[in-house]
Design a protein around this ligand. Sequence first.
Ligand SMILES: *Cc1c(COP(=O)(O)O)cnc(C)c1O
Length: 380
Amino acid sequence: MTIFPLDNFKELKTPFYYYDLELLKKTLSEVNSASDYPGFKVHYAIKANANPLLLSIIKEAELGIDAVSGGEIRAALEQGFNPAKIVYAGVGKSDEEITLALENEISCLNVESFAELKIIEEIAKSLNKIAPISIRINPNIDAHTHKYITTGLEENKFGIAPDSLEQMITFCSMSDNLDFKGVHFHIGSQILDTKPFELLCDFINRLQESYKQKGIIFRSINVGGGLGIDYENPDQHPIPDFKQYFNIFHENLQLENGQELHFELGRSIVAQCGSLITKVLYVKEGQKKKFAIVDAGMTDLIRPALYQAHHLIQNLTSDGPEEVYDVVGPICESSDVFGTDERLNCVRRGDLFALRSAGAYGEIMASRYNLRALPGCFAK
Ligand SMILES: *Cc1c(COP(=O)(O)O)cnc(C)c1O
């Protein structure tokens, strides 16, 4: 259970992100013990949160990095992550980003189209490098998550159709500058059901079997990320069930001897350790509703406005009787709402609220819209 250091909070300018570093450390140690199977390698999907305070702890836990841009590769290198543990995905890698990846000899480029593969081969040739390649396949699995965060369906922009894999492997084998390592998947995010991961294992088993008959062995399989967290009960479930998650792959996936199985977890590692702390500016009695107007907005935490997501809201500085409020931010957009009909301990101006489970896709997505300052941060 997260205990908030209120004495520290009172001296800080709101809004800011608070990170519970003890919880992050416990989470990482769970990840490491639950993934302790031969060949399993866990990367942290740095797009979830690139705060250097968190990255240094994630590096100590010896995870690798999954990057989706040149900026993320650079941030990981600056933080001291080993390039041999960095993988790089993305549908639209620029020539400069591909060059950066090759010059720094990261462990794998996860390629999402034939057009991209041809450009990587050209750039690798000009740099006199051998590009390590995995091909991202779209397995057409419905992750039953929000439509903006599902990525493994046929109509999504990510990955290639399974039918195109063979010609891409052939292209790699004919080039002196490409080294085909294996296949990559990522079916979506905030997945709470085990079924989509089991379906992914079945898909990979069938794919492997058919390629084995052609004499092609994948040295590396990357199953991406996507494990969800409990947004409504962060104190009951501060750490996701990593044992169950890794066990699905251990039980269901038929790995060859010496084969590597890579994971790319973002949200499940950092979401629960973060809260957005915001101050109540006004309590406004509307005609039908009471509004708690806070100093954080969608510029600090965009998930509610972007994905219709809900973060648990707690009043940290009141134990008065519960009343019902809509909690809204100051931005000039109707979607700048954190919660409707929230039951909160009686709210006064100056109260501090915690918006829980905001460690993933929170601070990193902050913007300066309305020319606001970026949120601060405090970690303990
Ligand atoms: C975003 C992303 C991840 C991490 O997803 P989470 O749901 O945060 O675990 C992993 N792999 C790729 C390729 C991604 O784009």
